[in-house]
Ligand binder design. Sequence first.
Ligand code: FPP
Length: 243
Amino acid sequence: MVETNYELDMSNIPNHIAIIMDGNGRWAKKRFLPRTAGHKAGVEAIREVVKYSNKIGLKYLTLYAFSTENWKRPKVEVDALMNLLVNYLRKELEELNKNNVKITAIGDISKLPQACIDELNKSFEITKSNTGVNLNLALNYGGRDDLINSFKSLGKLIKDGKLDPQEIDESSIKSNLSTSDVPDPDLVIRTSGEQRLSNFLLWDVAYSEFYFTDVLWPDFGEENLRQAIYSYQNRDRRFGGLK
Ligand code: FPP
């Protein structure tokens, strides 16, 4: 049951919400359907969440769509996820663009199938000047992988004599992550009752608020997102300081 007796403070909408969309497989299992049907239903939830995010003026929405560890899943499931991504972009790009949504990605997309890379590049190009919600897709993304790449870039700068190791600071690490253009999330949501980070945005979540819900991702929608934001708005963020 979703409570509806709460009003959002529109002056305190988080700037960046990041979501671990979990529970597609269990959603399908409950219905005696193949896991891929759960992912397909998960795309419907994405649609609703993007729409609502745009409506409330959210600036950044990062969705954990495929992790560096998800390659370990059976090939048929990996292929289905890649196909869903291609179909989603092919089908929705026009509408997303019309709604002023800007599409970006984090993670190493160069390792995705060529059809995904092509659709993603097209989506980035077409939506790059949009000023509505930034739909940031985490694809072949891993927090540790991202940190390793940042450290490699910093190592190269040091080797080339362009950076003094003593100058390494939070901003130089962040600016060499694939999240360099995305502010740290204010709110991280994970669906399906699991309460772990699963290698998501490790550097970036240092001061994020966390919201866990038992709702499975395909069942997550506008009301659930509103409830998560309501919970966020009733927290006391101190960033290590005192009120
Ligand atoms: C976790 O559920 C979900 C994923 C690993 C993939 C999320 C992808 C989508 C919702 C659709 C594809 C993405 C786009 C952007 C079109 P799970 O399979 O781990 O569920 P379980 O824990 O119940 O098995």
